[in-house]
Design a binder for this molecule. Sequence first.
Ligand code: COA
Length: 159
Amino acid sequence: MAAETTPEIIITPVKNEGELMQALALREIVFIEEQSVPESMERDEDDATALHVLAMAGGHAVGTGRLVVLSAPPAGEVGKWGRIGRMAVLQAHRRSGVGSKLLATLEAEARKRNIDGIMLHAQLSAMDFYKRHGYVPNGAVFEEAGMPHLEMKRRLSAN
Ligand SMILES: CC(C)(COP(=O)(O)OP(=O)(O)OC[C@H]1O[C@@H](n2cnc3c(N)ncnc32)[C@H](O)[C@@H]1OP(=O)(O)O)[C@@H](O)C(=O)NCCC(=O)NCCS
C-alpha cells in the first residue's frame, strides 16, 4: 500500500494580479465567510502597496499574509517598522505549520527591506501563535472587526 504523502508547502511572494486574486479569495473564505468580517473592512487601501505572500500546497493556494511598510514607527519605537496582517490559512490546513512558514517569510522579507520591527493587531485567539514567534503584547485589548484584538510587537534588529 502506498504511503499517503502530504504536499510540500511552498511560500511565494505574489507577483501578479492573478495571484493577488488568489490571496483575496482566501481572505474572503477565512475572514468574510468564516469570521463574518464585513467586506468593507477586510479590503483596504494597503492591499495596493503591501507585499502579499501565498502558501501553495500541491498547486493550490492554502494560506496568505501581507507586509505593509509603515510610514512611522509605533509609539515608543524608532526606525523603520512594518505591519504584518491578513494572515489566513484554510481550516483544513491549520496546525501543520503553514501559518508559521508564512510569518517567517514575511519577517525575512521585512529584514531584506531593513525593517527594524514588526507590529500587528492579533486576534486574541491567535495571541499564543504570535507569542510563540517572539511577539510581545502591548497595551489593552480593543475591538476590531467585531473581535477582541491586542497590539503585538517584535523587534527584528539587534538594537
Ligand atoms: C492564525 C493562523 C493563521 C495560524 O495558521 P496555522 O497554519 O494554523 O499556524 P501553525 O500551524 O504554524 O501554528 C498554529 C498552531 O498549531 C501548532 N502546531 C503546529 N504544528 C502542529 C502539529 N503538527 N500538530 C499540532 N499542533 C501544531 C502550533 O504550535 C500553533 O499552536 P498555537 O496556535 O496554540 O500557538 C490560522 O489559525 C488562521 O488562519 N486562523 C484564522 C484567521 C486568523 O485568526 N488570522 C489571524 C488574525 S490575527
